[in-house]
Design a protein around this ligand. Structure first.
Ligand SMILES: [Zn+2]
Ligand SMILES: [Zn+2]
Length: 181
């Protein structure tokens, strides 16, 4: 049995996680499970930026992966960056095991407007599926509605759907057949 493990990093609301888990199961059709693990993130923290280095967290996330884990998606409220970008919604290893998403900049509140739980959930699902898509070998897609379209701003997340276009869908299928999982 191969699992997609969803791992909260720090406090993440349970309702949010279970909604994400369901959507990921419906999209990828692999068994999913939510795993709680403790992380020491002090090494990833940058006090000058007051943000966390995404790549550092990603390495922790994939450390000691159980053999039945096919893919790992870390979910965090922390604000992520990598040195060449001021912030990230998420990061993933292309064709690798690990992916990471942050809800930090998916909250309306972050932009000074009233919080919208439904919108937050939808944004998280889109970014979670997007980052996991990279782990299945998908690169950024130019189809306007495709979840693999890259998003620099939250408005761009809202403009795309939570689904793969036909081409990306085919690619995931091809991956499955090739790897026989
Ligand atoms: Zn991407
Ligand atoms: Zn696509």
């Amino acid at each position: 049995m191969s699992y997609i493990d969803i791992i909260p990093i720090g406090e993440v609301e349970e309702a949010l996680l279970s909604f994400l888990e369901q959507s990921i199961f419906q999209t990828f059709r692999f068994q999913t499970r939510i795993h709680n693990r403790l992380f020491d993130l002090s090494h990833a923290y940058d006090p000058i930026r007051n943000q966390y280095n995404s790549s550092g967290i990603l390495l922790d996330l994939i450390d000691d992966t159980p053999p039945e884990t096919l893919r790992i998606l870390g979910v965090t409220e922390l604000d992520l960056f990598i040195p060449i970008f001021t912030f990230l919604f998420g990061e993933a290893q292309l064709n690798g095991i690990g992916a990471l998403v942050s809800t930090h900049r998916l909250h309306n509140q972050f932009y000074g407007i009233p919080e919208n739980k439904e919108l937050l959930k939808t944004r998280l699902v889109k970014e979670g599926i997007h980052e996991l898509g990279h782990t299945f070998g998908l690169i950024h897609c130019f189809a306007l509605n495709c979840v693999m379209k890259s998003s620099t701003y939250v408005e761009e997340i809202d403009q795309k759907s939570a689904h793969f276009c036909r081409f990306c869908e085919q690619e995931v299928l091809r991956w499955r057949i090739e790897k026989n999982v």
